[in-house]
Design a protein around this ligand. Sequence first.
Ligand SMILES: [Zn+2]
Length: 281
Amino acid sequence: MPELPEVEITARLIGDAVAGSRVESALAPGINALKTYDPPLSAIEGRQIAGIRRRGKLFLVELEDDLTMVVHLMSAGRLQLFDTRASLRDRTSRLLVRLDGGRELRLREFGTKQRAWVKLLRSGEVDEEETIAALGPEAWPDPPPFEELLVEPRPLYALLRDQHVIAGIGRSWVDEILHAAMISPFKRGSDLGPDEAQAVREATVRRMSDAIAHYEETLSLPIPDKLPMPLTVHRRNGEPCPRCGDRLEAVFYEDYVMCYCPTCQTEGKLLKDRRLSRLLK
Ligand SMILES: [Zn+2]
């Protein structure tokens, strides 16, 4: 599931590669993938791509004459660049943007749910687009002080992933950030002391920066379907903590898992496994 560092590196690599390319044609084969109709998708045909930017976990594909395509991958989408055109039988295709020179910028989505979406907007309308307008400040590179952001009495593992509070963090990186900050995922935002809020902010900026630097060194086009994410805690339950060597534990939810180190983060306390406790009710 791509989060801020993965979207950032994708925007950089593909953005550099397609800047200056001209769109030959565009097609949206996905059901409801294209959420706007004015301007029509055909409006990008013949136009040059200026570049690709990131906002939160969204891509902004900027075209000449002030058109911007906003792309939201949701949980299973990928933005990829190919040297050849997609087979129309490729069921993962949601949006195909054919470029001069035979290349194709493609929004693909894996799995059965079709949730990834695209909006074609006039560039002046991007900030008012409802998803973008509702985003909190960027988690990287320079978020505001966290004692101003994390004020709600909700657990940090939920608060940090709330795109309205802070934009870019998801299920993978929240585990990494809280482990790096040595703070319990169940600590409430409103209970954070100034030093703790500062520690979470520092861990956020550092982990995002390190991940992007890692991707800059290791990734090049074509970007693989599954990015090798440099995670040390998330989905590593049962393995030794990279800091203290004790066993990493997990709390299982319906559709994801949260990992933490009891020694480093919860004073040795094991957090309740929600899946188990629901069964026992
Ligand atoms: Zn540990």
